[in-house]
Design a binder for this molecule. Structure first.
Ligand SMILES: *[C@@H]1O[C@H](CO)[C@@H](O)[C@H](O)[C@H]1NC(C)=O
Ligand SMILES: *[C@@H]1O[C@H](CO)[C@@H](O)[C@H](O)[C@H]1NC(C)=O
Length: 295
């Protein structure tokens, strides 16, 4: 019998059986310092990977026979790239800064947002990089998303702001209708809060899923399909599927044939059929992974 890659039986969830999914390792960086933090999908299908590898943004063609990443740009005056989101056709905002190597934060004053624009790629592949905002009063810009009604306004989580050093609070954010959905890593929480059109909080924070401490799972960034289903990367080795009613299952877990090593984020294709997962890596001295999950 083919191994039940990713079959996790929903043991930790609401008693539901997760369906078996196919999990394929597309690429793994050779060096532990090549940690992948986040992912976006270009309209041509190419994956963009933000990393803690000396400020380098990588691209990977997931449909290539043996996918090999290429360096798209090295962002000047940054060592760590975190959130990434498409803000105009083939133009991406990336949050970044200089990593403080003694803890999980960025060096005070180094946080900024850059626009990476493929439309102006004179050679067809190398985009322009432009800093459009410096955000000195933050410690760790992380997940990022444009407001649904004012696309020119980006919201970003500052993961360290209220958290202790070496810990992360709000991690990923996504908007759907009047809601801002988020993960809070420290609190093992997936929740939402109602916002107005300008992004101001309008209601109480609602907990959708609080993972039991006994699960050992810590949510990181996530993607959300238009039907309201969320796919949450969870440390140390899992991807969770959370339905709008809060039912959750382990889509890929510790018993998967492809072992995920510290999942950090996910991205879903437009058709909702393939989920790309990226990881921080580190085990065995190796770096981040790019994994395709066929839903
Ligand atoms: C790096 O983090 C340490 C420990 O939290 C802190 O004492 C130090 O000031 C930080 N360094 C910089 C350059 O921000
Ligand atoms: C929503 O779409 C996702 C992605 O295709 C799928 O896995 C999920 O089951 C769907 N949810 C519902 C409630 O139909």
């Amino acid at each position: 019998m083919r191994s039940l890659a990713g079959f996790a039986a929903g043991l930790l969830g609401a008693g539901q059986l997760a369906q078996a999914v196919q999990v394929q390792l597309l690429y793994q960086f050779p060096d532990a310092k090549q940690s992948i933090e986040n992912i976006a999908i270009r309209r041509n299908g190419e994956l963009l990977l933000t990393t803690f590898d000396d400020g380098q943004l990588y691209a990977l063609d997931p449909l290539a026979k043996d996918p090999e990443p290429r360096v798209v740009v090295k962002v000047p005056d940054a060592t760590g790239l975190t959130g990434i989101v498409e803000i105009e056709e083939d133009m991406f905002a990336v949050s970044c800064g200089i990593n403080n190597l003694t803890d999980a934060s960025m060096v005070e004053g180094s946080a900024k947002l850059v626009a990476i624009d493929f439309n102006k790629a004179t050679d067809g592949v190398t985009p322009t990089v432009r800093t459009f905002a410096k955000i000195p009063n933050t410690q760790m810009l992380n997940g990022m998303a444009p407001l649904p009604h004012i696309g020119s306004t980006l919201m970003s989580a500052d993961s360290n702001k209220e958290a202790k050093r070496f810990s992360l609070g709000i991690n990923g954010i996504k908007f759907s209708l009047v809601w801002m959905y988020f993960t809070n890593s420290d609190r093992r929480l997936f929740g939402r809060v109602q916002i107005d059109e300008f992004g101001n909080r309008k209601g109480e924070v609602e907990e959708i899923v609080r993972l039991p401490a006994s699960s050992g799972l810590m949510p990181d960034d996530f993607s959300m399909f238009y039907n309201g289903t969320a796919f949450v990367a969870a440390h140390p080795n899992s991807v969770l599927k959370i339905l709008p009613d809060g039912t959750w299952t382990v889509l890929v877990g510790g018993d998967s044939a492809v072992k995920l090593n510290e999942p950090t984020s996910t991205a879903l294709t437009q058709d909702g059929k393939t989920l790309y997962v990226v990881t921080g890596g580190g085990a065995g001295g190796k770096g981040g992974q790019v994994v395709a999950v066929t839903l």
